[in-house]
Design a protein. Structure first.
Length: 278
């Protein structure tokens, strides 16, 4: 079932990788077993990749570049395209902007922002959503989400600010241990020099104002000082680049930040949830 599904749903980049791998293998005079031995895979795994019976993995593309790429970097380029294909359609236009950002200002309401999710939290959220997805598709989405974390360590450093509505910390996915690990992950991220995390408290509206009541937003600023806003509403998304509209969202974000707990208080709350607080 998974084999038939992958053959039908494989995107152009995955198909190109499979075709190119087979052609370069044949040009090198290698059997599937011989290529697999050089890459650390079985011949059956190479066959499954070439016939699209199984999706080509990120790790396999790295090995293909080492063994067949001949220094061209072609499979490295295909890695980026294959990663994009695995993302939900609504996210594909935004994803490259996120990875190239100089500054990210994020506000998440219903759940922990995807960039900060642990693997188990992401798996539980994706697998438990509706409409349901196949196990294979769920793993593709989890892997794609985990790959985004490279942003934390890219050079030059991206400055990342996350404001979490406190309700996101209490919407639980997976198990209690999954949630504890997620809280620990947030605490570790908050201690990074290029990351700031703040919590918008549940009772913020009791003051008469709640600038975060209209939902999530991602503000992206590039190295060229261009700014865009990304929004998701249900299964739809919108990318906003109009300067006047972006300015309004930036002002709203600044108001949310002002209403949130400061970074030290926020870390203390997260540590308490993780069982690390006093």
């Amino acid at each position: 079932m998974a084999r038939a599904e992958n053959k039908e749903t494989a995107g152009p980049a995955a198909r190109m990788a499979a075709t190119l791998a087979k052609k370069l293998r044949l040009r090198a005079g290698l059997t599937q077993e011989q290529l697999g031995a050089r890459m650390g895979y079985s011949g059956a795994a190479i066959s499954a990749m070439e016939t699209l019976a199984q999706p080509v993995s990120d790790e396999m593309l790295v090995k293909l570049e080492e063994v067949l790429g001949d220094g061209t970097g072609i499979f490295d380029e295909l890695r980026e395209l294959v990663r994009l294909e695995r993302l939900p359609a609504l996210f594909r236009e935004y994803a490259p902007l996120e990875q190239k950002a100089a500054t990210l200002s994020l506000f998440s309401v219903q759940n922990v922002h995807g960039l900060f999710q642990t693997e188990e939290y992401a798996r539980a959220q994706i697998a438990g959503g509706y409409p349901p997805v196949s196990d294979q598709r769920a793993e593709e989405l989890v892997n794609a989400r985990m790959a985004r974390k490279a942003l934390f360590d890219k050079e030059p450093l991206c400055l990342i600010e996350l404001i979490l509505d406190e309700s996101a910390l209490h919407h639980k996915f997976g198990s209690e241990e999954t949630m504890r690990e997620q809280y620990r992950c947030l605490a570790e991220c908050a201690r990074r020099k290029n990351v700031t995390i703040q919590i918008l408290p549940l009772g913020v509206g009791l003051t008469g104002e709640n600038a975060g009541d209209r939902g999530m937003m991602n503000l992206v600023e590039t190295a060229e000082n261009d700014r865009v806003v990304y929004l998701e509403i249900g299964d739809e998304s919108v990318l906003i680049s109009d300067p006047a509209k972006v300015r309004t969202y930036a002002q709203r974000y600044a108001k949310i930040r002002a209403q949130a707990l400061d970074p030290r208080e926020s870390l203390g709350l997260i540590e308490q949830l993780a069982g690390e607080g006093t």
